[in-house]
Design a binder for this molecule. Structure first.
Ligand code: UD1
Ligand code: UDP
Length: 364
């Protein structure tokens, strides 16, 4: 095998799909290691089916655990497969524990590591994802920065310019490829009885929000109040982590927030483009809202996607109900349009161009 792609969670499956499809088109000898960090069908197999991805050659079946347990199990598993397959390049994407494990295993062996979506920084080390990003960038050989801004962050940390390629974000490739399909095929609006342009879409799954009873309660109250102001219903496809918190905490979900199962990709894209406003703490959802042109409020104190705020597509509210209200009002009153800062949908190809060029030096 020449190229190994390591993935393990919903956003990695979606954002690496354009890279996998480019490998298929170019007939590159590649294989996929699935760490098994996500395993529920609704976070995992549904995306392989819908995006027509091949079944991974390797599945580590690691599942959930503490950061230490999960990362350690993945590290051992990835190392073993890399040693057997001896690839030229290993690719990881994003900022999850699967990325950290893939990066550490690869960098200790004499194998090149490529980091897709390099250089994102929230500068908030309370987030486990920030640690994963920083460590991965500093052990990577090839850094695929989605924007000039992310390239700059890498340069400021002393990473050499020769290692960095600005590619755009593969989230755009996946979105462009599937947006029309979603429009044609998805029946989610009818199924949920929703009218285009009238509802709010929300997602919340970050550890710092949903593992903390007070923050989660505040967040729900803030979203509910803001939606009432506009007479809108809120649809919340709930991540299993948040669902398990609701089971544990003494929190009542307000009536105008409708919990639904995690959605498949086409249905979720349809919900995003049809929403009046999106409220989220997700990374990928901030980007997608920006690309589809729907105003976004991010219920966090920091974002590693500042481009969305700069172009006027996004506003940070934290979880304080009053701040959520103010942010929602200001995004909806602004009624702005903006340029997509995340590239032209060819990031997957650019990444592979670089990898193949690299590989040629080592006879790929
Ligand atoms: C992980 C990533 C996060 C990313 C998110 C994408 C880390 C540190 N976090 O968070 O950056 O935004 O994925 O969705 O890597 N669970 C299930 N089924 C599953 C997976 C998880 O029920 O398939 C539940 C379990 O109760 C588990 C909890 O969700 O304990 C958390 O899962 P975990 O993989 O630790 O983190 P995520 O919150 O999914
Ligand atoms: N997504 C989805 N169904 C949902 C919620 C999200 O398909 O119910 C997709 C969304 O389109 C985006 C990705 O999942 O591409 C974002 O993943 P998530 O929010 O879990 O992780 P993050 O981006 O915060 O790491």
């Amino acid at each position: 095998t020449d190229v190994i792609i390591v993935l393990g969670t919903r956003p990695e499956i979606i954002k690496l799909s354009p890279v996998i499809q480019a490998c298929e088109r170019r007939e590159i000898d590649y294989s996929i290691i699935h760490t098994g960090q996500h395993y529920s069908d609704s976070l995992d197999s549904v995306f392989f089916e819908q995006l027509e991805l091949p079944t991974p050659e390797h599945h580590l079946g690691v599942g959930s655990g503490t950061h230490g347990e999960q990362t350690a199990d993945m590290l051992v598993g990835v190392e073993q497969i890399i040693c057997e397959e001896e690839p030229e390049v290993v690719l990881v994407q994003g900022d999850t524990n699967s990325v950290l494990a893939g990066a550490l295993a690869t960098s200790k062996l004499d194998i090149k590591l490529g980091h897709v979506e390099a250089g994102l920084r929230s500068f908030d080390r309370e987030m486990p994802e920030e640690t994963n990003r920083v460590v991965t960038d500093h052990v990577a050989d090839y850094l695929f920065a989605p924007t000039e801004k992310s390239k700059e962050s890498l340069l400021e940390e002393g990473i050499s310019e020769a290692q960095i390629t600005v590619t755009g974000n593969t989230v755009v490739d996946a979105l462009y490829r599937n947006r029309e399909l979603a429009e044609q095929k998805s029946t989610v609006l009818d199924d949920l009885g929703l009218v285009e342009g009238e509802f709010f879409l929300m997602t919340a799954h970050r550890a710092e929000n949903v593992d903390d009873e007070e923050r989660f309660d505040n967040l729900l109250a803030g979203v509910s109040n803001a939606a009432k102001q506009y007479g809108s219903e809120v649809v919340y496809p709930i991540h299993p982590r948040a669902e398990s918190s609701l089971g544990e905490f003494d929190i009542t979900v307000p009536d105008n927030i409708r919990l639904v199962e995690p959605q498949d990709y086409l249905d979720f894209l349809r919900l995003e483009s049809a929403a009046k406003l999106i409220l989220t703490d997700s990374g990928g959802v901030q980007e997608e809202a920006c690309v589809v042109g729907v105003p976004c409020v991010t219920m966090r104190d920091s974002t590693e996607r500042p481009e969305t705020v700069t172009v006027g597509a996004n506003r940070l509210s934290g979880v304080d109900p009053e701040n959520i209200m103010t942010s929602v009002i200001s995004m909806l009153e602004a009624n702005e349009t903006w340029e997509n800062p995340f590239g032209d949908g060819s990031a997957g190809q650019r990444i592979l161009d670089e990898v193949v060029q690299t590989g040629q030096k080592v006879n790929l």
